[in-house]
Write a protein that binds this ligand. Structure first.
Ligand SMILES: CC(C)(COP(=O)(O)OP(=O)(O)OC[C@H]1O[C@@H](n2cnc3c(N)ncnc32)[C@H](O)[C@@H]1OP(=O)(O)O)[C@@H](O)C(=O)NCCC(=O)NCCS
Length: 196
């Protein structure tokens, strides 16, 4: 059985390949280039969580999460959120489940840090990746961030259960550790023991 995709930190060794990663040219307006995200990660090191998505030895995508930001930016610290900041799946690698994996991996990281919801902003309408988020259970909050719509995913669903078995770095646990009824202290019903 093929190993699942995994996340890796950006290093001097993979940096050039990382910034060479490109989405389709007609998607360039939907997401910033990887090099821009890495520059932002450099100036926001406390909240930015950039990772490459690898399948075997192939770099197939890039994600960047934000972890614990003052979302409204009003300085009160009353609305701290974590979520998906950037997601770039390489043009030739789209439609193979890597985007879904990336969202689940960020969900796992947020859960690991004690969070219970994942925030993601996206361009509205058909040109944006609406189906990806809706298919994973996101709901629109009615808020906007710049020209993007804000969506949220409660991390208490079956998605959370699955992500506990697919943690970043390929680390997988045999037993489900989520709070989902029926999953505690026994293998997750959504994955076989061998997969976990
Ligand atoms: C959108 C994107 C991240 C999806 O990644 P992906 O690996 O191709 O997606 P997956 O293969 O995991 O697909 C998961 C689901 O998302 C939906 N989806 C995938 N790409 C989509 C797109 N471009 N538009 C709308 N829905 C899409 C599909 O419904 C799919 O469900 P299905 O398997 O039941 O058909 C990727 O196409 C991409 O990087 N696009 C350009 C940049 C971008 O829009 N980034 C997101 C910024 S918020």
């Amino acid at each position: 059985m093929a190993a699942p995709p995994r996340l890796e930190k950006i290093t001097p060794g993979n940096f050039e390949t990382a910034i060479a990663l490109k989405v389709h040219p007609d998607e360039d307006h939907l997401v910033a280039p990887v090099v821009t995200s890495l520059a932002e990660a450099y100036v926001h090191p406390d909240v930015a969580w950039p990772r490459l998505i690898l399948d075997g030895d192939r770099i197939v995508g890039f994600l960047m999460a934000f972890l614990g930001i003052d979302f409204t930016g009003d300085g009160t610290g009353t609305d701290t959120r974590s979520g998906l900041w950037r997601l770039n799946i390489a043009a030739g690698q789209q439609g193979r489940g890597y985007g879904r994996f990336a969202v689940r991996a960020v969900a796992a990281e947020i859960r690991h840090r004690g969070g219970t919801r994942l925030t993601a902003c996206r361009h509205p309408g058909e040109e944006g990746p609406e189906d990806l988020y809706l298919g994973l259970g996101f709901r629109l909050t009615g808020e906007t961030s710049g020209d993007q719509c804000v969506g949220e995913l409660e991390l208490t669903s079956a998605l959370t259960c699955w992500t506990n078995h697919m943690q970043p770095g390929g680390k997988r646990s045999v037993r489900c550790r989520c709070a989902m009824p029926g999953c505690v202290r026994r293998p997750c019903p959504r994955r076989t023991r061998s997969n976990c």
